[in-house]
Design a protein around this ligand. Sequence first.
Ligand SMILES: Nc1ncnc2c1ncn2[C@@H]1O[C@H](COP(=O)(O)OP(=O)(O)OP(=O)(O)O)[C@@H](O)[C@H]1O
Length: 333
Amino acid sequence: MPSGVIEIEGLRKTFHSVRQGRRVAVDGFDLLVEAGQVHGFLGPNGSGKTTTLRALLGLVRADQGRMSVLGAQAPDRLASVAGRVGAIVESPQFFGNFTAYRTLRLLALAGGVPVSRVDEVLDEVGLGDRGHERVKGYSLGMKQRLAVASALLKRPELLILDEPANGLDPAGIREMRDLMRGLAANGVTVLLSSHILAEIQLICDHVTIISRGRRVAHGRVDEVLAGFDRNECLVRADDLARAEELLLAAGFTVTGHGNHLVVGGVPDPVVVSQILGEQGVWVRELTPLRPDLESVFLELTGTMPDPGVPRQLDFPHQGEPTVIDLDVRGADA
Ligand SMILES: Nc1ncnc2c1ncn2[C@@H]1O[C@H](COP(=O)(O)OP(=O)(O)OP(=O)(O)O)[C@@H](O)[C@H]1O
């Protein structure tokens, strides 16, 4: 088995509550994150991403499974690698009246990190020129970057981020993407959870997709996508009905969509133009359709996040925190 920076095998976690009874949040889940990857952990709301990360970090007790972080058994031996791991799970909360600099300075002092590191991390996350402003005046994107800065203080080799792009506007998402790419270029392994598909496709080189507590796909993003390539193309023609007839007769799968057809099983689009042209049907448009993560996600999980709705939780979160100090852990279930 390859030695991963994060390894999870057969993770299972069940919650019990008086109101909702027994609920299996994660069910035999596997994850392998290798050194140098920017690994996306993708799944719809309620699929088990946060529970997995919380179990990995010892914030909730798993029922079953084997987990390790940087070679240390998790969560029991996590303390031995805590100095090499930065993690942010759930929305960061900071004192609004403190500046980012003061916030980070306090965290540095508490964590035994040289205070000179504060200016460095502010620069790394692009807050260098705003670090002496009060946090309450920050945008959500700036607060997210401050959270990442706090996790970077101790120069982690591994960064674990739960929904870092959550609630950000497009500019904020771009900033987050650049930040993650910069970290990866400096050798940091990143695991980030998200239900923002386009973001995962842009930021990450590897992906693990979770649905209903189980892994449904994993691997390099381009390989996962290639696995869903059905050699489809979009066809518009001057006589669409006749085009459909001819392409069906040639053995392709054809579905009509009003003003265009989607033709499947086409190894080379030239064949389509040839078949139609030979019968006097003239092609107006012929576009190969490549799967994107969105269509793969929809197919695998049968659900899509609601645009503009960052989270739809059906239970109250227990406790609010935020930036996790791996040295201070407690299990809540
Ligand atoms: N403390 C808890 N008590 C009861 N049920 C819980 C608890 N935490 C999570 N669950 C349930 O476990 C399932 C997985 O939730 P989880 O938060 O891990 O999903 P998620 O993929 O992170 O979703 P989101 O993107 O909405 O945060 C959900 O059905 C959720 O209701």
